[in-house]
Ligand binder design. Structure first.
Ligand code: TYD
Ligand code: MG
Length: 455
């Protein structure tokens, strides 16, 4: 008979302990330890389950690389994010806040990939609800099968019969296996179900997509083990009330993690945004103070993004500093640089900073645009919308060089900008005579930028 015992698991990091404690000894989170009943699975008793490959030692030059291991999905952004298509037999996790569009994105792929046989499993919606959504988005694939089930065993049975190219699970938190006695969504269930799905993916060479919920702090719900187990982790972010959604990869065994995909949520599903600069620049004729355009690179693509700042006299004793899309600590650092190195008095001012389109940027090259937008608002002098900026700011106020300057200049020139401000240290890496329609303005220090801009 199977032995039943109760174990305490931390719901945040997955640490196991034999008794209940208030604070997890591993991740120091409070009130995350939950009792779960674990049955040691009788199915494995007496026989050892074989691993999914035959273990052999092979010299690496003898391993044949197979060019056909990737399949193209009907979504160019996702293909690029995955490193050039979906790898067969890979396990991919898609996380994001409720209502951001995770189910929509994967259902859209399921019903539009006419070259693939797909099984879409939903533990959250009924068949009719899935159908209603599919009709809104528009169906193309005749080989898309749906299954509304919570049971891992049913899913595995049906998948083994159907032999799909791609299995989509919406969501891993609703999946339940009879081998584990705790309820769906607990650490032991998630770990077990994900482990079984991984085994299935590797054994049958089927790609598997898992949808995962995230906690209110923004982490993927369930143990970190889940993130370690899968090959790719994608995060869907953006403001639910905004139409733009950003897909980022935070782990990818088959490609780079610096790529992002941009989508627009429309009445008939998610649409890919091919030219992000066109949506991230607002088109106003009259030039207002506090706006500056940054030339950034996210992943492989250069993008021009509008940064807006508002500086006003603080009404209350402590001035407010807030920013959307940009690290507030970094903004405080830039304000300190302006105060100390350039002599602007901002200590008693409220400063608000906003990046257009609800996007979050990690490229340090945005610093120069941020500092110019803040100063433009403070002095109430506008910056021409034909100028753009790319440079990182150091603590001494110097403009530091940034990567791939040529690509940035080309994009700015293509979009009709007339002047680009960048670091003097970048000059040696670029061929200035290539750019006929854009004026290159190398600067060494922020003060030099201001005197060239505002005088
Ligand atoms: P959904 O995919 O259900 O989110 P998740 O699975 O991440 O929880 O997306 C739901 C939101 O998307 C919902 O609030 C409505 C909106 N939406 C559209 O605007 N257009 C559409 O065509 C669809 C299907 C959803
Ligand atoms: Mg959903």
């Amino acid at each position: 008979m199977a032995k039943v015992k109760s174990v305490f698991f931390c719901q945040s990091c997955g640490t196991q302990s034999t008794k209940w404690v208030g604070k997890c000894p591993s991740c120091s989170e409070w009130n995350t330890i939950v009792e779960e009943v674990v049955t040691s699975a009788p199915a494995t008793k007496g026989k050892v389950r074989l691993p999914f490959t035959v273990n052999q030692v092979v010299p690496i030059q003898d391993v044949k690389s197979n060019p056909e291991t990737r399949v193209m999905l009907p979504d160019a952004e996702l293909n690029r994010l995955l490193g050039g298509g979906l790898v067969k037999g890979s396990l991919c996790l898609l996380g994001g806040e409720p209502g951001i569009g995770k189910s929509t994105l994967l259902l859209q792929i399921a019903i539009q990939a006419s070259n693939l046989k797909i099984l879409y499993v939903s533990g959250e919606e009924s068949e009719q609800q899935i159908k209603m959504r599919a009709e809104r988005v528009g169906m193309k694939n005749e080989q898309c099968y749906i299954l509304a089930s919570n049971s891992l065993d049913t899913v595995m049975d049906k998948a083994a019969q159907l032999k799909p190219d791609l299995l989509i699970i919406d969501s891993i938190q609703t999946l339940y296996s009879g081998y584990i006695e705790s309820s769906a969504g607990t650490v032991s269930q998630i770990r077990y179900c994900a482990g079984e799905l991984m085994r299935f993916a590797k054994e049958s060479n089927t790609s598997v997509f898992l949808i995962g919920h995230i906690t209110k702090e923004g982490y993927l719900a369930g143990p970190k083990v889940l993130e370690h187990m899968v090959d790719t982790v994608l995060q869907f972010e953006g403001d639910r009330h905004h139409i733009y959604r950003i897909l980022r990869s935070s782990k990818n065994r088959f490609g780079s993690t610096s790529e992002i995909g941009i989508y627009e949520m429309q009445a008939n599903g998610l649409r890919e945004v091919e030219n992000p600069s066109s949506v991230l620049l607002s088109e106003h004729e009259d030039v207002l103070s506090g706006n500056a355009i940054a030339c950034t690179i996210e992943g492989a693509r250069p993008m021009l993004i509008e940064t807006q700042a508002l500086v006003s006299t603080a009404v209350y004793g402590t001035p407010q500093r807030s920013s959307t899309g940009f690290d507030t600590k970094r903004m405080n650092m830039l304000l300190a640089v302006l105060e100390k190195r350039c002599g602007f008095k901002l200590a008693s001012k409220d400063v608000f900073l906003n990046l257009a389109g609800g996007i979050r940027v990690e490229d340090p090259a945005i610093d120069l645009a941020v500092i110019c937008a803040i100063l433009s608002s403070n002095e109430d002098v506008s910056i021409s919308s034909k100028n753009c900026f790319a440079g990182e700011i150091g603590l001494t106020g110097e403009v530091r060089p940034v990567s791939r300057m040529e690509q940035r200049i080309k994009e700015a020139e293509k979009l009709g900008f007339e002047r680009i401000y960048f670091s003097k240290y970048n000059v040696k890496n670029i061929q200035a005579n290539l750019y006929k329609n854009i004026e290159l303005i190398p600067v060494k220090h922020v003060e030099e930028t201001f005197s060239s801009l505002f005088s």
